[in-house]
Design a protein around this ligand. Structure first.
Ligand SMILES: [Zn+2]
Length: 363
């Protein structure tokens, strides 16, 4: 990226999507306003604009190949890849490398960190989670509540090699106690689950978001809707389950079959979640095995595979998610598209202008 341009007021005449009308929008410092700002430079005279996309499950602390990053510059580079795809806010869903210094940095998306993933001993990607014993889990998650930006990440299940299948990371009472301990510290809790068994416990415990959630059933979706538990399906990630299964066929055939079955049924689960009134969020799970910058591809899957109407996908991926994460509605973030992303999926791939924290992003 080139050096930041000086902060100067901007004017955009665009269709502003939350209100769906052509309007004169002004960006004045890190704020948007509809009141004219003297001296504002006109930078867009047409197009459709929204306050940026949100990737609610995105790891800028994990490099390709599932190893922790080793410098802040690596995190910056990954975050900029997402930013250039129109993502102006990221909930990181866990990072083995802390980067509090980057929160609020000019040129980077708004970062909402979830601390270090808490996982069971030897039951997660090696070197990524903070692994602990059952009696340590609640205190460990509560500790992370103080290190993030209002979220923590718990790995609720993983392959149990002894069992040869997915299994909850901890007994139900341990998972429940950990979720409640972090919430008592004021954090919201995002829980990774693939299996039916773990997600049942996590929903009953009242976690704040289910990540992936391939094991969800209709009953649980109703409970999630009633309790306001979000689903971040990361459909891009679930697409990789066949490859994971193929790698496990010889040693863990039961697990491999289970993963294939979960993948097959997943579009229907996401569709049912939306129909049940669960808030479905956009998350790419970038980092490790998934490239950054794929927010539009996740939008495509939510629409084409799960069948959620595109206009609802756009709302969920943008202003609704920003509100959920506590971002003020008048922050100086704007992404402009030439075409309406609510009717043209390809538009979301090609932002024509990005304004972040009041400045035009040079790409
Ligand atoms: Zn993840």
């Amino acid at each position: 990226m080139t050096a930041l341009e000086p902060l100067a007021p901007l004017h955009l005449r665009v269709v502003w999507l939350p209100y769906d009308t052509v309007c004169d929008l002004y960006v004045d410092g890190d704020r948007i306003t509809f009141d004219p700002v003297p001296g504002a430079r006109t930078v867009a005279t047409s197009g459709y604009a929204l306050p940026g996309l949100v990737d609610a499950h995105c790891h800028i602390g994990i490099r390709r190949g599932a190893a922790p990053i080793e410098s802040l510059d690596e995190a910056r580079a990954l975050a900029r890849t997402d930013r250039d795809a129109g993502v102006l806010a990221i909930r990181d869903a866990g990072s083995p490398y802390p980067y509090p210094e980057l929160v609020g940095e000019d040129g980077l998306p708004r970062l909402i960190r979830a601390g270090h993933h808490i996982a069971a001993s030897k039951r997660y990607l090696r070197g990524i989670g903070l692994e602990c014993e059952p009696h340590e889990a609640a205190a460990a998650l509560a500790r992370q509540a103080k290190l993030g930006d209002g979220w923590v990440k718990l790995v609720g299940d993983w392959i149990d090699r002894g069992r040869g299948d997915l299994a909850p990371s901890f007994e139900p009472e341990v998972l429940t106690a950990a979720i409640h301990a972090a919430q008592a510290e004021g954090a919201r809790v995002a829980v990774h689950t693939f299996s039916e068994e773990a997600v049942e416990c996590v929903v009953a415990a009242g976690a704040d978001s289910v990540e992936h959630g391939t094991g969800l059933s209709a009953d649980l979706l109703d409970t999630m809707a009633a309790k306001g538990i979000s689903l971040v399906p990361t459909m891009i990630n679930i697409e990789t389950f066949d490859d994971i299964a193929a790698g496990a066929d010889v040693k863990f055939p039961r697990y491999a079959d289970h993963m294939r079955r979960l993948k097959r049924g997943f579009p229907e689960v996401v569709r049912a979640a939306w129909e049940a009134g669960v808030q479905v969020r956009l998350g790419t799970d970038a980092g490790g095995g998934i490239d950054h910058g794929l927010a539009a591809e996740e939008m495509r899957l939510l629409h084409e595979s799960a069948g959620i109407p595109l206009a609802e996908v756009v709302a969920a991926a943008s202003w609704k998610a920003r509100e959920w994460l506590g971002l003020a509605p008048d922050l100086g973030d704007v992404v402009v598209y030439d075409r309406d992303p609510r009717t043209d999926l390809t538009a979301a791939r090609e932002p024509s202008l990005i304004v972040l924290r009041g400045r035009i992003v040079e790409r």
